[in-house]
Design a protein around this ligand. Structure first.
Ligand SMILES: Cc1ncc(COP(=O)(O)O)c(C=O)c1O
Length: 387
């Protein structure tokens, strides 16, 4: 069967049946209760992870010129979420050699001496690979800065100190968007862990449009159908028609930076994903370990490999010069991995730009079997040997 990096990657038949037929009444409250217990704070559910980030920053009520330090190698949604809160994003570059895709404490310290307006630090544990949280937290404490842990990639990640991601920051934010670790087609959450901010008034929330909700409701069903019938050509036609008619939900939509509450349907799916989190993490770890063992060392990054046991491994990044050519080669073998995630990076981060030009993310999700991972590694090794 064809292998996809995204396109309903986390859904199997059981998920689709749940998405179509479950009774979801009261699940918004249940998910809030669950998150409050797990992350020890006050939980607010949003329609997107980016809204949760903006909300956290708005609650802080910082002076207008305040800056927020973010990873230079990040999703545009993060950058935009800071701007939407009326603040200035400052992108921190990666290390020059063999970067682990997170900014280091030394880059943070250097930036803080140059910019005294930075008041908040956001860490994101890119693709699940943990950052040096102890040193970053210490810097925040010494300089009286607030720390946000963005768990969009890293629900379940363990830091080098053994603590789970989401148990350190003043705020944590989560994304439940398509292809994330916790995938409920869309959704997000803010957990306010710092008691000082737990009683702040929240802005007015709008209702998400019914058309968008219907698209989301059918997304798991459509994508399962596409994937199952891709090899008999019908899947390709069906995918094309749905895209043309704009009937497939897209993860990156420009108009979704306002505040929307999260309906019960999404909460029900997110809750059941949390229940299966350990099973999912084990699977992703196993698949990442296969890539690390089988792939030619020239495409691997040793820091990422060291961190596989601790990481949520939402993707497995490799680094190749002629990336477009490899994507084409794999496509001919029905392996669709055109997932480069961050292709536009802040110009002030030259190392992150270099990474963004060579990175290719391999899938680790539940629909990639160990046999598939071996096959993908084998094909990439074959491509590397081509003249
Ligand atoms: C690190 C990170 N944080 C936050 C987000 C935003 O999540 P959402 O799409 O739910 O707004 C993304 C998007 O992919 C992301 O990569």
């Amino acid at each position: 069967m064809a292998i996809f990096n995204s396109l309903g990657s986390n859904y199997k038949l059981q998920y689709v049946l749940k998405s179509l037929f479950s009774d979801t009444n009261g699940q918004n409250q249940n998910l809030r209760n669950f998150l409050e217990r797990k992350y020890n704070g006050k939980a607010i559910l949003t329609y997107k992870g980016r809204e949760a980030l903006t909300l956290a920053l708005k609650i802080l009520d910082l002076p207008k010129e305040s800056c927020v330090a973010i990873n230079g190698f990040t999703c545009f949604a993060v950058y935009k979420a800071v701007e939407k809160a009326g603040l200035i994003p400052i992108c921190l570059d990666l290390e020059k050699n063999n970067p682990d895709l997170n900014f280091t404490p030394s880059v943070l310290e250097k930036t803080l001496t140059e910019n005294k307006n930075i008041k908040v630090i956001i860490v994101q544990n890119t693709f699940g690979y943990p950052c040096d949280i102890d040193k970053i937290k210490q810097i925040c404490r010494e300089k009286n800065l607030l720390l946000i842990e963005d768990l969009a990639h890293c629900a379940g990640t363990k830091y080098p100190n053994g603590k789970e991601a989401g148990t350190i920051g003043d705020f944590i934010t989560l994304s439940f968007s398509q292809d994330k670790i916790i995938d409920s087609v869309s959704g997000g959450a803010l957990v306010i862990r710092n008691k000082k901010y737990g009683h702040k008034l929240l802005p007015k929330f709008k209702r998400i449009k019914r058309g968008q909700r219907l698209k989301d409701y059918l997304y798991p069903f459509h994508t399962l159908k596409i994937r199952l019938s891709y090899d008999i050509f019908w899947g390709k036609v069906y995918h094309f028609i749905l895209k043309k008619l704009n009937l497939l939900s897209k993860p990156m939509q420009e108009n979704l930076y306002a505040f929307y509450p999260l309906p019960d349907w999404y909460c029900n799916l997110a809750l059941s994903e949390f229940k299966k989190l350990n099973q999912q993490l084990n699977h992703r770890r196993k698949i990442a370990a296969i890539y690390a063992k089988k792939l030619n060392k020239q495409v691997l990054n040793s820091k990422i490999i060291e961190n596989i046991p601790a990481s949520a491994n939402v993707r497995f990044p490799i680094f190749v010069k002629n990336r477009g050519n490899l994507i084409k080669f794999l496509k001919q073998q029905r392996i669709f991995v055109s997932d480069i995630w961050y292709d536009s990076v802040a110009p002030e981060c030259p190392n992150a730009i270099l990474v963004s030009k060579t990175i290719l993310n391999l899938p680790t999700h539940l629909n990639v079997s160990e046999k598939d991972a071996l096959q993908i590694a084998e094909r990439i090794n074959t491509w590397l040997k081509l003249p």
